[in-house]
Design a protein around this ligand. Structure first.
Ligand SMILES: [Zn+2]
Ligand SMILES: [Zn+2]
Length: 557
């Protein structure tokens, strides 16, 4: 690191995640020895992260980066708040956000049995600026696919920075004031040094449609339904859920919330008055199943086909309360996150096989994105007229597309910076450039919602000490039958003396889990893996008090 003196009069902007990858957004702004952090998110593991539950950014940089005055949260999506417990484990900092965002953070911390309530501070509701060391921060309400999202306006010693985070302009928002275009224009007139803005949809032409446009298509689908209606969407998309509830209730249906994430997000929203379920129309999933089918509406988790989610379990008759059958309607009111298409596809196959009708956003306009497209990004730049642009929140191709939009808006190509996570950028009134690299990367967490693992994370040596267990199971593609016993290997888990005996027993545990699966489950790799993992995790924890990373591998014969 450079000596402090050399840093004076320049602002350092350090993305520790979110640039060049989707997820785990975390940005550090530093002036001299004073920092603020914007967002601390996680990434949902993909197929390449076999068996890992959560991926968070490497935060080594934060250990000796100076005084961190605050972590400022733009909104409550997991890719912006999911790493907060892990940030708090390293540095004791106040966390600022809107009430809904903080409500979600509070719930997440409670899952880790961590009470950080005194450290959770709401943004001043009247728009008063926050003073944080050399920074002054104001928030600006924006439309997005979750309530109470904010852009941040950071007044720094080198100039004004607008950090848009995730937003869309949505001229007809379902509730709230929407994105304040007039205020953006005023900011532009006063002078903006740099804009850091959402690149997610930068490759797509035009404007993202407003949330309201989804309502009529949802209404058409629900209106014509004669059986049960199940709707899945992201649990935090409260405006979408509100539209579904309003339509369902208007057609005489009662509403049941299914799945822990859906319960959690709607609870926080109901508590804050952001979601309304008319009195007398809210029922338990069990009670809803006892109603005539045409009187029930289920809001269920599982829009990404996650094997342990409510809808994935319903789809194979493995849910405790809810069954789907002939004549029921399932609405998939969400996008498929790249990488999840296969598990979503398998889930849909199971639902269709049971006689349900499945409608996705490819069949009807029942989903809109929460991110701005090309023309919105361009409009924003015209309003703010920044000197510099840094595209954030996207893979490199989206960042590059966003940079091209900046140049097309008349920004000097030299003032549009393409950077990736780990680049330490320096900004002065004259210059914005890449200066050096800092350590970044993905940190894998297994069983992240468990207190044991949270404690483990604080002591990385312990994680390393618990090692890895790999279980290989061979399944005949045609018959779905399992071929021979599982092969189980471990590294860094237990001593050689105890390993052999333990792994032999583990093999029996896997055999037992497999004997309890239906043919359909065995044909579904995601479900099969989840089952093997759950059985082994329970067994190994009981026998060794350890939580190794468990990686099930299915080989098709
Ligand atoms: Zn995001
Ligand atoms: Zn978001």
């Amino acid at each position: 690191m450079m000596p402090r003196m050399a840093r004076a009069h320049r602002l350092e902007i350090v993305p520790l995640g979110g640039l060049g990858e989707f997820g785990m957004n975390l940005m550090v702004y530093r002036y001299g020895g004073d920092c603020v952090v914007v967002d601390a998110g996680m990434m949902f593991p993909g197929a390449e992260h076999l068996g890992v539950d959560v991926v968070v950014p490497n935060m080594d940089f934060l250990d000796d980066c100076g005084a961190i005055h605050a972590a400022l949260l733009t909104h409550g999506h997991e890719d912006h708040i999911g790493a907060i417990p892990f940030l708090l484990a390293r540095r004791d900092v106040p966390i600022y956000g809107t009430p809904y965002t903080l409500g979600l953070v509070r719930g997440r911390l409670a899952q880790h049995e961590l009470d950080a309530s005194p450290r959770l501070v709401p943004f001043p509701p009247d728009g008063t600026a926050l003073r944080l060391g050399p920074f002054t921060v104001e928030t600006l309400a924006v439309s997005h696919s979750i309530p109470q999202s904010s852009m941040l306006v950071l007044d720094t010693p080198v100039g004004k920075i607008v950090h848009t985070a995730d937003f869309k302009l949505d001229p007809y928002p379902l509730s709230g004031p929407g994105t304040d275009l007039a205020r953006l224009a005023r900011l532009g007139e006063k002078g903006v040094l740099a804009v850091l803005s959402d690149s997610t949809n930068a490759e797509l032409p035009g404007f993202t449609a407003g949330e309201r446009t989804v309502g009529p298509a949802l209404a058409r689908a629900i209106e014509g339904a004669r059986g049960r209606v199940l709707v899945t969407t992201f649990s935090s998309n409260i405006h979408r859920l509100q539209q579904v509830i309003d339509t369902g209730v208007a057609h005489g249906r009662k509403v049941a919330i299914v799945g822990s994430s859906m319960e959690f997000h709607t609870d926080v929203a109901l508590h804050l008055g952001l979601l309304r379920i008319p009195p007398g129309t809210s029922v338990t999933p069990e009670a809803a199943m006892n109603l005539p089918p045409e009187r029930s509406l289920f809001l269920v988790t599982g829009s990404q086909g996650e094997p342990t989610s409510a809808l994935a379990r319903i789809a194979v008759d493995k849910h405790r309360d809810v069954v789907v059958s002939d004549g029921d309607l399932v609405l998939h009111s969400a996008r498929s996150i790249p990488g999840n298409e296969k598990s979503i596809g398998r889930m849909i196959n199971h639902l269709l096989r049971r006689g349900a009708t499945v409608v996705t956003s490819e069949d009807a306009p029942i989903h809109v994105s929460g991110h701005p497209r090309r023309d919105e990004l361009s409009l924003l730049l015209h309003l703010l007229r920044p000197r510099f642009l840094l595209p954030i929140h996207g893979e490199y191709r989206q960042l590059a597309a966003h940079a091209a939009i900046g140049r097309a808006c008349g920004l000097d190509p030299e003032r549009v910076l393409l950077a990736e996570s780990g680049d330490l950028l320096t900004l002065t009134a004259e210059e914005f450039r890449r200066a050096e690299r800092v350590p970044v990367g993905q940190v894998f967490i297994d069983g992240a919602l468990d207190r044991v693992d949270f404690t483990m994370l604080r002591d990385r040596r312990q994680i390393a000490g618990d090692g890895i267990v790999i279980a290989v199971v061979a399944v005949h593609r045609d018959s779905g039958s399992v071929s021979g016993p599982a092969e189980i290997a471990s590294r860094g888990f237990v001593s050689d003396a105890t390993e052999e005996e333990l792994l032999r027993e583990a093999r029996d545990v896997v055999a037992l889990s497999l004997s309890d699966t239906s043919l359909e489950e065995r044909a579904d790799e995601g479900l099969l893996k989840a089952k093997i993992q759950a059985g082994l995790r329970r067994f190994l924890r009981k026998r060794t008090q350890k939580r190794p990373l468990i990686i099930p591998v299915i080989v098709e014969l």
